[in-house]
Design a protein around this ligand. Structure first.
Ligand code: SF4
Length: 378
């Protein structure tokens, strides 16, 4: 029986997989993929390496359903890598607005420029060349090389880790370097010489739609007959749970300064959190500092003639990576005469501008800033 043929493989290295096991996994998985794969827009552009690069950038940390609309609109505005390379970063960030994790957009823009400057406008096909692009790691390079160019390059992402850990009952810490190396070896060993891109996508698709983190649908799985996790009766116990990073609490004071209908925005520095995005003037609290102190500092940084309320007009809470941030909102006003002096200036070395409500939609702002504006609208 096949289940027996895979027993003990978890103790061996990927290369040790018997040829008949590999063949069975490849065939079953590809047949299943041909019948059940989702019709996703980037799959219709399989050989367009730029479109794959864009999809991979957008899909990092964002759900497929959210990405689809952004992906189509982005490609409409920047249909080629040259179009993207020639665009202003400000516009790229604006088109990205709402997807979050803006670092990805900055990397994508820089990668497009590198492709134009160093690769003659052609996305490179080899993994080592792809990994020279900003924001492109081994996974993304493997995905582009295999899907767009048919190169024999494995991929390992969260979905693939889950499938492999269950298939071979690997209970070691999935984040440990040695375990990661093992997943890459197994992914490489299983990869066929032909249809590499489809095989990689099939592994990821299985993890995304069948071998789910909770409640894997084993009865619909094409690999059930060879799955050690299933055979052992506890597939969900693989991969091992990793320790969660503690979430820290943080506070920030935010000023919503109005002049008529318009709001004062400032641009964040070019590096760090939300680099280059626009936001309402914000002042972080030091650990254990009272919010009113941050509010007082914020008031001193505001343009002369500006009034700022003493009491908070509300709060917005957001989870940012490993921090739970509470934004305390303070309303303020500035006379038109004072705002005119400020209109094209920099404030504390930061660019600032007055923005009408309908223009906010076209600015590069973070999801947190969007939530703050929604709160102010209430
Ligand atoms: Fe995952 Fe179940 Fe398939 Fe094993 S049989 S790979 S646990 S869905």
């Amino acid at each position: 029986m096949f289940g027996q043929r895979t027993q003990g493989l978890s103790e061996k290295r990927g290369e040790a997989l018997p040829a008949d096991v590999k063949l069975r996994i490849r065939r079953s998985l590809l047949r299943w993929y041909d019948r059940h794969r989702r019709d996703l827009p980037w799959r219709r552009r399989g050989e367009n390496a730029y479109a794959q690069l864009l999809a991979e950038a957008m899909l990092q940390q964002t759900q497929v359903a959210t990405v689809i609309g952004y992906y189509e609109r982005f490609l409409e505005r920047f249909p080629t890598v040259t179009d993207l390379a020639g665009a202003e970063l400000d516009e790229v960030l604006t088109r990205w607005a709402g997807l979050g994790y803006y670092r990805r957009a900055r990397h994508l823009h820089a990668a497009a420029q590198m492709i134009v400057d160093e690769f003659g406008g052609q996305v490179p096909r080899r993994v080592d060349e792809l990994m020279r692009l900003p924001g492109v790691g081994r996974y993304t390079a493997g995905a582009i090389a295999s899907v767009a160019f048919g190169e024999r390059a494995p991929v390992v992402d969260g979905n693939v880790v889950r499938v492999l850990a269950r298939l071979f009952a690997i209970g070691d810490d999935p984040k440990a370097t040695a375990t990661q190396a093992r997943f890459w070896e197994l992914a490489d060993a299983l990869l066929p010489n032909r249809r590499c891109g489809d095989f990689n996508q099939a592994m990821m698709e299985l993890g995304a739609t069948v071998c789910l983190p909770r409640g894997p649908v084993c009865k619909a799985c094409p690999l059930r007959a060879v799955c050690q996790g299933f055979a052992g009766g506890r597939p969900e116990s693989f991969p091992a749970a990793t320790r969660r990073t503690a979430v820290l609490a943080a506070q920030m004071a935010v000023a919503a300064i109005c002049c008529g209908e318009r709001l004062l925005f400032v641009q964040r520095p070019a590096s760090g959190l939300w680099a280059g995005l626009w936001e309402l003037p914000t002042e972080p609290c030091a650990p254990d500092e009272a919010v009113r102190r941050a509010r007082d500092r914020l008031r001193k940084r505001l343009p002369g003639g500006c009034r700022l309320s003493r009491t908070s007009a509300g709060q917005v809470e957001r989870l940012l990576s490993h921090r739970r941030v509470t934004f305390h909102l303070y309303r303020g006003t500035l006379s038109r005469a004072s705002s005119d002096k400020l209109s094209s200036s920099r404030r504390d070395g930061q660019r600032c501008r007055w923005v009408a409500p309908d223009a906010v939609q076209t600015m590069g702002i973070s999801q947190a800033c969007r939530a703050i504006l929604d709160r102010l609208d209430r």
